[in-house]
Design a protein around this ligand. Structure first.
Ligand code: PMP
Length: 349
């Protein structure tokens, strides 16, 4: 394309999960099957009024205060973004020099690679261990200026404990971003490290555990100077009025949060794992709202395609190691039972 620059021409496109028009059971994009907090919806409805005539609070102050308080931080240690994806974009724009080298795990959230390419940043894909666990020492083998890990990791669900991340922060010269998009389902956040180390950014999102993927709200917790940098480089009104109001109310509604995560997703996941084990699936131990699984005899891609014919979507990624697996998002009990019924038929064919 004549008007594209070289970086845009050369970069690979980020491929989002399929979002078909309707009629599908969607277990492909790690969304939460339970509805968002009623008080969040009420707060959004209340602001859907004449209040939209004026700009939102450019600093999202109220929302940041609520997140800070819930996470043992001060407001100057918290940034609010248009989803956590915006925060990664800002990090690439403002926190690494063009000649810097970044590193991300593989397999992991491919947006990291896309953003590095889109910003002309060179990067290494650091292989996870054979069982998909993290060996953080591998990220110390070269002089990286930026490391992003997903914890728990998407698509494997594997988790790196806080002590290992703390040790890494001490040994590491660059900036570490810990993407905690899925941390709420089983806990174990590293956010306390923000008060201890100035080279760590923790990102969080309202998209998964709060069932608000459509609202586009994410957070970063970090040293005050990092937050000041993010504030300086962000779009002026990056979180809109409705998103600020809805996210604030959702954060305060701990009852809905607990029932959607602990009692909803966790118990449904246990049930699904039991059924899949009975069908001869191998399941990578996951601390997220999805599982990465492969069958002992039927190929992953064939399972994905056959399920799709039956109007059930799971995620199958191309690429080494991960193409042997499918990633299944934990859905409602009805979705899981429908999935298991089809899987049993596919396996027994
Ligand atoms: N991080 C990871 C690891 C994800 O899988 C996703 C969802 N695709 C995101 C971040 C995006 O989160 P958000 O909706 O807040 O932009």
């Amino acid at each position: 394309m004549k008007y594209w620059n070289k970086t845009l021409t050369d970069m690979e496109e980020y491929i989002s999960g399929e979002q078909p028009a309707g009629g599908f059971i969607k277990l492909n994009t790690t969304e939460n099957p339970f509805p968002p907090s009623k008080s969040a919806l009420d707060a959004i409805a209340k602001r859907t009024s004449e209040a939209l005539r004026v700009y939102p609070d450019a600093k999202s102050l109220e929302l940041r205060k609520i997140f800070a308080e819930a996470n043992g931080l001060s407001v100057e240690n918290v940034f609010a973004g248009n989803g956590s994806d915006e925060i990664f974009t800002l990090i690439f724009r403002g926190f690494i020099e063009k000649n810097g080298l970044a590193a991300f795990p593989y397999p992991s959230y491919s947006l990291y690679y896309t953003l590095a390419q889109g910003n002309g940043i060179k990067y290494d894909r650091v292989q996870l261990e054979d069982d998909f666990s993290y060996n953080m020492d591998k990220f110390l083998e070269k002089k990286y200026s930026l490391v992003i890990i997903s914890n728990p990791n998407n698509p494997t669900g594997t988790y790196c404990p806080v002590e290992k991340i703390a040790r890494f922060c001490e040994a590491f010269d660059g900036l570490l971003v810990v993407d905690e998009a899925y941390i709420d389902f089983y806990g174990g956040s590293s956010i306390e490290l923000v008060n201890k180390y100035s080279n760590i950014i923790i990102t969080r999102t309202m998209s998964k555990s709060y069932s608000l993927a459509g609202l586009r709200v994410g957070f970063a917790g970090a040293d005050a100077e990092i937050i000041r940098g993010l504030m300086k480089i962000k779009d002026s009104y990056n979180v809109d009025t409705l998103a600020q109001a809805g996210a604030a109310a959702a954060l305060l509604d701990t009852k809905t949060f607990n029932s959607n995560t602990e009692y909803g997703i966790r118990s449904n996941k246990e049930y699904l794992e039991e059924r899949l084990t009975g069908m001869d699936f191998f399941i990578v131990p996951s601390r997220a709202n999805f599982i990465f699984v492969k069958h002992n005899s039927v190929a992953a891609e064939s399972i994905y395609l056959k399920l799709k014919e039956k109007k059930i979507l799971v995620r199958h990624f191309k690429g080494e190691r991960q193409s042997e697996y499918i990633r299944i998002t934990i859905g409602s009990m009805g979705d899981i039972k429908a999935l298991c019924k089809e899987l049993e038929a596919i396996i027994s064919e």
